[in-house]
Design a protein around this ligand. Sequence first.
Ligand code: NDP
Ligand code: A1CAB
Length: 273
Amino acid sequence: MLGDVGPVVLVGAGKMGMAMADGWLDAGLSPDRLILVDPNPSSSVRHKASTVGLTIYQSVPDKDAQVIVLAVKPQVADDVLASIKPAIGDDSVLISVMAGISIAKMEKLSGCAKVIRAMPNTPAQIGKGITGVFSNRAVDPQDRMIADNLLEASGDVVWLNEEDDINKVTGVAGSGPAYVFYMVEALAEAAETNGMPPEMAMRFARQTIVGAAGLLEYDNQTSAEQLRENVTSPNGTTYAGLQVLMSEDGLVPLMEKTVRAAVERARELGEDE
Ligand SMILES: NC(=O)C1=CN([C@@H]2O[C@H](COP(=O)(O)OP(=O)(O)OC[C@H]3O[C@@H](n4cnc5c(N)ncnc54)[C@H](OP(=O)(O)O)[C@@H]3O)[C@@H](O)[C@H]2O)C=CC1
Ligand SMILES: O=C(O)[C@@H]1CCC=N1
């Protein structure tokens, strides 16, 4: 699927960058068309690179890239945007997954005309991510197709209407896997409080979330609400538990506060410009 794409320059071989790189390699991107740039890669990244035949570069090569993907922390955006100039030609497309950093800033500091913001999430690593995407006007249908090909290797892709939608996607789906992992931790803690030994508590909590997520995928025509109701016997145990979780000060207001904090932080990261 990605046989014709590249060269792709990926700047930042961290958690998100490598999650996407795994997806691209699985989707057929040839390792010699993926240029991985990271001045200080971890030992696991070095191991992965040597296993699949990827070269890791200290800095961006002085050669026009078809696509440059930025997967570095927003805090180093200024330096990194300036450093990628040697790889930018007239037709290069810049795709950034950095939270907060605006298209205007990327155009200005990198000199790249075609800029796309994408917000993926770490399930990209197993092709089960979802990515929100927004581009500037210079990005043409051919560029969008290349971006689609790359991003679809991570899972679903949704093109957005406004740049601020990226901040909303960040708070819901970019950060979202962490909320679910924390739910596992909280469920395990609650199991322990109710008398389960720690190892057993984590085993039951983790597999419960794995199983529930699996059902959402397997039974994808059935709403989450219906799946919940399928568990809930009249006046049974689930009903008793949900009375707490669905109360006025239960999960909904907590989730609203959680997502609002993340969305606002994404907007703030953009304001530090
Ligand atoms: N993690 C996630 O779930 C998601 C993250 N994102 C976005 O992805 C970006 C990366 O996040 P994440 O992967 O978690 O962070 P990581 O810290 O895991 O990855 C960033 C990588 O970039 C490296 N790096 C630092 N400076 C440079 C440089 N000048 N050139 C090349 N590489 C450099 C870092 O090296 P070192 O560690 O040595 O500094 C690190 O390996 C962020 O902007 C974040 O907003 C978006 C969606 C989800
Ligand atoms: O926490 C962060 O800022 C990044 C963006 C979305 C997920 N991780």
